[in-house]
Structure formats: C-alpha cells, structure tokens
Ligand binder design. Structure first.
Ligand SMILES: [Fe+2]
Ligand SMILES: [Fe+2]
Length: 135
C-alpha cells in the first residue's frame, strides 16, 4: 500500500501547487516502494536523487511565487524549505556512503513533514494569495 495518499484535505486550492504536491507524494511513495521491494543501492539512489531534485524545483517555484507577491513571511517559509532540503541532502550523503539508515523512521518523517507543511504554512500562503485575488 502506498505510504501517502493525496486527498482533498491536502488541497491548497491552487491547481498548479496541488499538482506539484501530488508529484512529490508520488515520488515519496516511489522511494518507499523501492525500499520495501528491497531494491538495490543504485535504484534507491536514483529515486532519492529524483526526489531531491523535484523537492528543489517545487520549493523554488513556491519561493518565486511568494517573493513576487511580497508575501510577509517569505523568510520563515523559505527557512522551512531550506531545513528540509538540508536534511534530504544529508540523507543522500549517508546513503552514498553505505551507512545503515532507519528507513521506516525516515519515510515516516518525510510523510509527516510534507503533510504538516502543506496543511500548515503552504495553506497559509495560499489563503493570502487567494485573498489578493492572485488565484
Ligand atoms: Fe509546497
Ligand atoms: Fe512550502
């Protein structure tokens, strides 16, 4: 079973952002599936790399959107993004060195982080943009 499910509860009511969040969830599920299937180091490494790439793409997209629209808590939002990106980079480095990782704990962390971020601060900026009539 997929680790994460996109439901209406995760919608921020901005179609492009919802689409990007769905892709992030799909990549997290892909990584979880690859772990559960016992895929080899190279396969896992490739999926992890793809997740990191797309996370960066999504964060950059949001940060541009917030900056362009003079979002008051731009710095706070970006700090959350930077903190997660840093953790995923560390994770990739540990993985490349072949260190033992608690994958169950890592996948739970990613799932909860994304859900809380989307339903918390992402939704807050979406309400702001909606109120300004941007979407
Ligand atoms: Fe987001
Ligand atoms: Fe965000």
């Amino acid at each position: 079973m997929a680790l994460m499910q996109w439901t209406e509860a995760l919608s921020v009511h901005i179609a492009e952002i919802d689409k990007q969040h769905q892709r992030l969830i799909a990549l997290i599920n892909q990584l979880d599936d690859a772990i559960n299937a016992g895929n080899d180091h190279d396969v896992l490494g490739a999926v992890l790399e793809e997740l990191l790439d797309y996370t960066r793409t999504h964060f950059r997209y949001e940060e541009n959107l917030l900056k362009t629209n003079a979002y008051p808590d731009f710095d706070g939002h970006k700090a959350e993004h930077d903190s997660l990106t840093e953790k995923v980079v560390f994770l990739g480095d540990y993985f490349k060195r072949g260190e033992n990782l608690n994958t169950v704990q890592i996948m739970q962390f990613l799932k909860i982080w994304l859900e809380e971020h989307i339903m918390g601060v992402d939704r807050t900026y979406a309400v702001y943009l909606n109120a300004k009539g941007i979407f």
